[in-house]
Design a protein around this ligand. Structure first.
Ligand SMILES: [Mg+2]
Length: 368
């Protein structure tokens, strides 16, 4: 039986090619944490935790501390196959979702290597590849059009999640109209306001974009404005997606039963594989669609995302958000994930196929 001997948390910093802006924040550097599970058999599992303080209250420092102070001691000595037992141990500490998710994913990487199978197969092995959708950060209409055109021409991507949520919302309406007219009708566009709009701005913006073929709208405004949120869902012809307002299975259930969203964004960087699979099951049972979302993941976290997305039927029904790593100037892998003709395939090596370039870790780590 494989046993966990230690979990390490290595903070690193890689700059973005250019700042990525959205309604709740801007990122200029990927100040993420590489989580590494060591075992007595020499198998090493990896995952990446991206701190998003404006959403979860975690920082790079807090993730490192959570791993060393709580999660490494809680999991050391454990059999990595005991996923429910480990989950329960991690759950004794509240919060810290991306730190917990990275521990879970790194343990799955160990499990896959221990049995000599790709985690994609262990989780469900549904598809050989998935369509990729790209997130477009806030900018002027011409900047957003240029970026979308470049991404489409470089990677063959034909689905975009467009960041909105600015005040006045007319700025966003103008940008989305510019994208639709530049990219044509064959490209899919959906919107993410990151809780930025207020009152009925979302309904007004959607009305102004009624002929722009918007597929979905994520997090229109404050989730705590319960009546506004319900009214938006009730009156919108465009499905409303819950993301940062429902980051755990119980919150997903609450928002769906409350008619406060129509679809759910699942992010492996915040619910790992174990809890993400539970949310997929919950949504399938309720007949609710899901989107494989992205926590502005680096390349390591992207391998986890594509593994999960391709493993389940529900997450392949829509393009998955897997291309944020291309906005980051470098990565910690020997080979970065590949997007070909707008699609990405899950790694076929045992585990998650995370082949770390140790020289790059030495170069980008900020703890020594
Ligand atoms: Mg979102």
């Amino acid at each position: 039986v494989v046993k966990v001997t230690a979990i390490e948390a290595i903070p690193f910093e890689i700059p973005f090619r250019r700042p990525f802006a959205f309604a709740s924040g801007t990122v200029t550097v990927a100040d993420h944490v590489l989580v590494r599970v060591r075992t007595d058999e020499g198998i090493v599992g990896h995952a990446e935790a991206p701190p998003r303080p404006y959403t979860y209250g975690e920082s790079q420092t807090s993730i490192v501390a959570a791993v060393y102070d709580w999660f490494s001691p809680a999991v050391t000595g454990a059999d990595p196959f005991g996923r429910e037992r480990i989950s329960a141990r991690l759950a004794r500490i509240v919060g810290n979702p991306t730190a917990k998710a990275a521990v879970d994913i790194a343990l799955w990487d160990v499990i896959g290597q221990a049995v000599g199978q790709p985690v994609h197969s262990l989780l469900g092995g549904f598809a050989e590849s998935v369509r990729v959708t790209h997130m477009l950060g806030l900018g002027s209409p011409s900047e957003m059009v240029d970026e979308a055109s470049r991404i489409r021409d470089t990677y063959g991507i034909s689905s975009f999640k467009v960041k909105v949520g600015r005040t006045p919302f007319a700025v966003d309406v103008e940008a989305v109209r510019a994208l639709r007219s530049a990219l044509g009708d064959d490209v899919e566009l959906y919107l993410d306001a990151n809780r930025g709009w207020r009152g009925d701005d979302a309904l007004r913006a959607l009305a102004a974009l009624a002929d722009a073929g918007i597929a979905m709208l994520e997090e229109p405004g404050r989730a705590d404005d319960i009546l506004t949120r319900r009214r938006t869902v009730e009156r919108s012809l465009v499905p409303i997606v819950g993301d940062e307002s429902c980051t755990r299975a119980a919150e997903v259930a609450r928002l769906l039963l409350d008619r406060s969203c129509d679809m759910i964004s699942i992010k492996t960087s915040r619910t790992g594989f174990t809890d993400s699979a539970k949310i997929v099951g919950l949504c399938e049972g309720l007949g609710v669609g899901v989107v494989l979302g992205n926590q502005i993941d680096g390349a390591v976290a992207t391998l986890a995302g594509v593994t999960f997305a391709a493993a389940h039927r529900a997450t392949t029904e829509r393009p998955a958000e897997l291309s944020a790593f291309v906005d980051i100037a470098d990565h910690l892998l020997i080979e970065p994930p590949e997007i070909v003709d707008g699609r990405m395939a899950p790694p076929q090596q045992p585990g998650l196929g995370i082949a770390i370039d140790d020289d790059k870790v030495d170069h980008y780590r900020v703890d020594r």
